[in-house]
Unconditional design. Structure first.
Length: 258
């Protein structure tokens, strides 16, 4: 049962090298918080990364929403991630045939494979998406497959969710974990459960996002890492708020181990 194993112990049980590194970072920095840095200006992204960096294990980006994106953003972003010891995670949600995914991952202006060690992908088109990512991986890469979403009215069915977990287990060296809302894989301690839709002040937004508390997602739903976006980015004091989420999430994890 993965819920009773520490992140440190689980680092030894994963076959994906990025997941291993992520477990180690979580353990060393005592944080299972991933920040969704959904800002649209390059300097805001760098400032957030710099300020919140000490409290997170991963910085999740949507690099295609940056209005003034240029490749000049990439080396300072990598430098901050290195210095504060967190991973860069591009939430690209790849969802095409393998060849197209290979190109989307490595080409275009964003050159995702050159800086993101983690990416998200949909399983809708099957294994090709993973073969495409693998083909374009420069160094090591960890993929999070979407098996469930936090969105109200999602079209994902139970059998789709199950097949996605099965697909993940067919690619243990490439897949770091699963994006989901429920505890779907107790028996696979090497995989990481990433759960978005976490906010301590709201239960929804006005576009179908649904939120739960840190205690609920980690303690009751099996999240290993919680993704928090606007709960932090739109707070009056994002740094203090990031610390608060980090503490609540870590406390929920330590309670779970008992
Ligand atoms: O905390 P929020 O609502 O401001 O941001 C949530 C972040 C966004 C979404 O693109 C992402 O989490 N997300 C995902 C991911 C991580 O893939 C899946 C999902 O089911 N729900 C969700 O919100 O950046």
């Amino acid at each position: 049962n993965r819920l009773k194993l520490s992140y440190q112990e689980r680092a030894k049980l994963t076959k994906n090298v990025v997941a291993e590194k992520l477990f180690q970072i979580m353990s060393t920095k005592q944080t299972n918080l991933c920040l969704a840095a959904d800002v649209t200006v390059a300097s805001d992204l760098l400032n957030l990364a710099e300020q919140v960096g000490p409290y997170i294990c991963a910085l999740k980006t949507h690099i295609d929403i940056i209005e003034d994106f240029s490749s000049n953003l990439l080396s300072p972003l990598k430098e901050i991630a290195h210095r504060h010891n967190f991973l860069l995670f591009e939430d690209r949600k790849f969802a095409d045939i393998g060849k197209t995914v290979e190109l989307q991952f490595s080409k275009g202006i964003h050159l995702i494979s050159s800086w993101a060690s983690l990416v998200t992908a949909h399983s809708l088109l099957g294994k090709g998406v993973l073969d495409g990512i693998k083909a374009a991986s420069l160094d090591s890469c960890g993929v999070f497959l979407l098996a469930e979403t936090s969105a109200a009215g999602s079209l994902i069915t139970e059998s789709y969710t199950k097949s996605t977990v099965k697909l993940a287990s067919d690619y243990p060296q490439l897949v770091a974990g699963i994006v989901c809302q429920n505890n779907l894989f107790l028996d696979n301690p090497g995989l990481i459960q990433l759960t978005p839709g976490v906010n301590i002040n709201k239960t929804s937004d006005n576009m179908g996002q649904q939120y739960n508390s840190p205690e609920f997602v980690v303690g009751k739903k099996g999240a290993d890492i919680a993704v928090v976006g606007r709960g932090i980015t739109e707070a009056k004091d994002p740094v203090e708020t990031a610390k608060l989420y980090r503490n609540l999430l870590w406390e929920a994890y330590t309670m779970r181990l008992k």
